[in-house]
Design a protein around this ligand. Structure first.
Ligand SMILES: C[S@@+](CC[C@H](N)C(=O)[O-])C[C@H]1O[C@@H](n2cnc3c(N)ncnc32)[C@H](O)[C@@H]1O
Length: 278
């Protein structure tokens, strides 16, 4: 008789992150080969790291505030949890407090306080969007949450798993330069727009344009030729299909329901693409 297979629940990241892959982890995991080490050059909320089981990890992102928070959690996790707890009291979820704390985040040089404030901003701001102005100051407005959740258990889960990870602040080309034979790489760059008129997804000062998408795909092709498997996620568009297949990738497509946009039209299922090199 067939046994019902009970699959473990995916582990939820402690940050809200636009383009986060929490809902897609099973699909992504099944495209990734086993290997010695998993490299993630676009770490974001770390959904794939949290839901895979490699012996070693190299985790990177170009957002320095994000990487600082992760590094502080690994080095000094209990202190960061205690520094954050008070920021999740109900009275902190008011516009006046939010804007004062956002200002403090942009001014303070105290690294533990900055890490705690980054977590506070992520969980209280509009849709968890991490947006900066031209001076590099965080400028996302307050979100509309009845009771922002303090993700203590999820932070502890991250801390335990991240003991086996190297976490670095780096642009993707520098991270990919570290890849060695038998490594596996999962790349989740900022999405390319669905249409030319779609407004640009600005995750970080500097943005991520089409030439970056092309450079990433070319580097993936080069790594695959050296025995490194590289899987890239993106929107399923004519342009992404042409780019990846011309460089020899195998394509897997599927749909997913989006919740990040408040524009009703963009809540429709969106095509996702996985380009598998090697
Ligand atoms: C789609 S998100 C990754 C989401 C992640 N997979 C998750 O599950 O949360 C893209 C990430 O790429 C980072 N990023 C943008 N430009 C980058 C660059 N040039 N090099 C490295 N990371 C970059 C952003 O800071 C953002 O965290």
């Amino acid at each position: 008789m067939m046994q019902d297979r009970v699959l473990p629940q995916p582990v939820r990241p402690f940050l809200k992150w636009p383009g986060g892959k929490f809902r897609l982890v099973e699909r992504i995991r099944s495209a990734l080969r086993p290997g010695r080490r998993l490299i993630e050059p676009f770490l974001g909320s770390a959904a794939v790291f949290l839901n895979t089981d490699y012996d070693q990890y190299l985790l990177a992102d170009s957002n320095g505030d994000l990487i600082d928070l992760y590094q502080r959690l690994v080095d000094d996790g209990e202190a960061i949890i205690e520094a954050s707890r008070g920021l999740f009291q109900p009275q902190m979820n008011q516009a006046r407090r939010f804007y004062a704390l956002r200002e403090e985040f942009n001014r303070t040089r105290h690294s533990r306080r900055r890490a705690a404030l980054f977590l506070y901003l992520n969980r209280h701001c509009y849709n968890g969007l991490c947006r900066y102005n031209g001076r590099g100051e965080f400028n996302t407005p307050i979100g509309r949450y009845a009771r922002p959740y303090f993700p203590e258990q999820e932070m502890r889960g991250f801390m335990a798993k991240a003991r086996h990870a190297r976490i670095v602040h780096a642009a993707f080309a520098d991270t990919l330069a570290q890849a060695r034979h038998d490594d596996v790489v999962y790349c989740d760059p900022p999405y390319t727009p669905l249409s030319r008129t779609a407004h640009f997804t600005d995750y970080h000062t500097g943005g991520f344009g089409w030439t970056d998408q092309e450079q990433l795909a070319r580097l993936a092709q080069e790594l695959a030729a050296r025995g490194v498997q590289v899987v890239i996620s993106n929107h399923d568009t004519v342009a992404t299909r042409v780019l990846y297949s011309a460089l020899g990738a195998r394509l897997e497509s599927f749909t997913v329901r989006r919740t990040i946009s408040c524009d009703a039209k963009r809540r429709n299922p969106v095509g996702e693409l996985l380009a598998v090199f090697g």
